[in-house]
Design a protein around this ligand. Structure first.
Ligand code: K1U
Ligand code: ZN
Length: 196
């Protein structure tokens, strides 16, 4: 096993070449960064997508945005299939159309242990680049539509807790800060930076 710290993106790669990236936790201010469009879909981006898929499946989750692993690339991975065999890689995703309203309980790998109902569009049409750099248009409904909106929000520095009341958000923040202090006392939970 080897470890590397590159541009503060933390990666643990095991002997099977599976990479697990460190997921940032709310209220880490880096979750508010706005991701930048990918200029070229090259081997580096494909490696990032593979590492994000490994991290998402291991978590486990049904989606992951680059912002959550402290990368500034407009990249998300999603797999809402039962068998976890239908990975979707979206680069520079752009919503073209939103339709209908749906209420669904959401979770977030950056807000562990919290599940709350959020209202979103129930049909989404979007354009993105796939892992080969080809432009694709996708029409989605149900859980996939909700997950796509949740992940694109991450790229714009927005979290599902932002849809909740200020009171609920404050309670969630205090709960997570307390948990982070207990599991990692040398880390300042407000900034998630190590205190030296
Ligand atoms: O972006 C993320 O933090 C991932 C998040 C995606 C998501 C979940 C629910 C509604 C909208 C978006 C998660 O994957 S949270 C974990 C989760 O939902 C799950 C985990 C294991 C099995 C099934 C679901
Ligand atoms: Zn999330």
């Amino acid at each position: 096993m080897w470890y590397s710290i590159l541009d503060t993106l933390i990666l643990i790669r095991d002997d099977n070449h599976m990479a697990l990236l460190e997921i940032l936790y709310f209220p880490d201010p880096r979750l508010r960064n706005i991701a930048k469009p990918v200029q070229t879909v090259d081997a580096g981006i494909r490696q990032l997508l593979d590492d994000m898929l490994d991290t998402m499946y291991a978590a486990p989750g049904i989606g992951l945005a680059a912002t959550q692993i402290n990368s500034d690339k407009r990249v998300v991975v999603i797999d809402v299939s039962e068998e976890k065999d239908q990975p979707l890689c979206l680069i520079n995703p752009e919503i073209l159309e939103l339709e209908g309203v749906e209420e669904m309980e959401e979770g977030c790998l950056s807000v562990p242990g919290v599940f709350e109902t959020v209202q979103r569009a129930d049909q989404v049409r979007l354009r993105a680049l796939d892992r080969d750099g080809k432009s694709v248009e996708i029409q989605a409904g149900g859980l996939l539509a909700v997950c796509i909106q949740h992940e694109i929000d991450h790229l714009d520095g927005k979290l599902f807790v932002d849809y909740l009341s200020q009171l609920k958000r404050t309670r969630i923040r205090k709960k997570l800060e307390k948990e982070q202090r207990q599991t990692n006392p040398e880390v300042d939970a407000k900034s998630s930076q190590r205190v030296i």
